[in-house]
Design a protein around this ligand. Sequence first.
Ligand code: UD1
Ligand code: CA
Length: 477
Amino acid sequence: MSLVDYVIVLAAGEGTRMKSSTPKVLHSIAGRSLLGHVLTAVATLEPSSVRVVVGAGYEAVNNHLSEIAPQVTSVLQERRGGTGHAVQLALAGVGATGTVLIVAGDTPLLSGSTMTQLVEAHTQGGFAATVLTAEHPDPTGYGRIIRSDNGDLSRIVEERDATDVEREIEEINSGVYVFDLAMLHNAIGRLSSQNAQGELYLTDVIEILRKDGGRVVPVLTPDYLEILGINDRTQLAECAALMRDQINDGLMRSGVTMIDPTTTWIDVNVEIGPDATIYPGTALSGATKIASDAVIGPRSTLIDCTVECCATVIESYCKGATIGESASVGPFTYLRPGTILAKSARAGAFVEMKNASLGEGSKVPHLSYVGDATIGEGTNIGAATIFVNYDGVDKHHTRVGDHVRVGSDSMLVAPITIGDGAYTAAGSVITEDVPAGAIGVGRAKQRNVLGWVLRKRPGTKSAEAANASIEKGTSNP
Ligand code: UD1
Ligand code: CA
């Protein structure tokens, strides 16, 4: 059931203090835009209609809206005329009666439950307007709440229009309101721009409603952190840290071990199973899913990855990879999109993989590049093997069978197939298929030129060592 009929999100401001080419509400924390956080919280109230007032950078904001919330209506405010002006525009086309919730697009920590409580207080009291307020230790910049003797809201005065005495007030306007629509429609046209900023202030509606005979009531939230708005990059980082703590608290309560939650950054949509352990300096983002008993970190970044039960990822960067049950990755491993490690597979130190699958129990333990490949089960890829997948124009695929032993420092020049149980000799450049059970040898035969050092490098330490060895008769192994 809808708690509220309409929601208006104000998001047309320039966000000048961000000093950014990205509109303020499109900056993100925990993998979601500021506007996305507000819309997610608003959606829990199941409003019949949501309108977002856009202005600065509206093309980008509209594109983003069509991706994340195609059902919302965007309302263009071409020039900044103040919050009152923005609401005037948004109200055109909104029903004549019912309730409307108004919030700003830059308060990502505001929760659905706080908004629900505000709407419920409004509806139960039958007020003209209900305003969410908070006591802020540093109220600078916010509108101050002037209460009347009975505790109702008398008016809101903006910082720049306030007297010295009014500026001492610590109770501030959060910028979250619920209005009776009929009364708001009636009042909104009567705003004036006779103020320090020469704008139409939504906050001035309060006094008009009161004079019209309506009751306006402030609802004080105990947690002022929730209503923090973002105006600059410092506040962006502060809110990101607060959200990080919330996310990590929730995960730890659900059974995830975090060695250092202050250096563990997890996006809102990431899922982690119980008894997983996350070591310090780890960032898990996008649609990453970590199953129970997995061990991630330290210092690992996983973007859009799936990690199955009991796998480990140490000191690695992985994007779009699937890491199977009990598989192990790292340290210093780079897994790129399309990497699939089957059960108990291993991508070890200084290994890069892309669009490649490694079968059950197979290993690429050291210093290799595996691009565009399908590798079977129980296979070992020797140290420093390169899957030569690119001929300078096109990418080609390599197939390696089950229980293969690829010798160290092999170049597997794609397209190529190494059959089941085959070997390649270390240092080979393999340009032709190797049949099952064969060994592919693709290297020059070694020859030793006896005495070369003695003739060409006389007097060097090498020559001295060689002479001593020859004299002792230990020169041949
Ligand atoms: C506003 C309130 C202030 C409150 C504070 C809470 C007014 C006059 N003042 O002040 O009492 O304490 O929020 O954070 O409302 N916007 C538009 N169009 C405009 C102007 C603003 O869409 O023409 C949007 C902004 O993008 C922003 C929101 O409205 O999301 C608030 O505007 P802002 O300029 O940040 O108002 P404050 O000065 O912070
Ligand atoms: Ca603001």
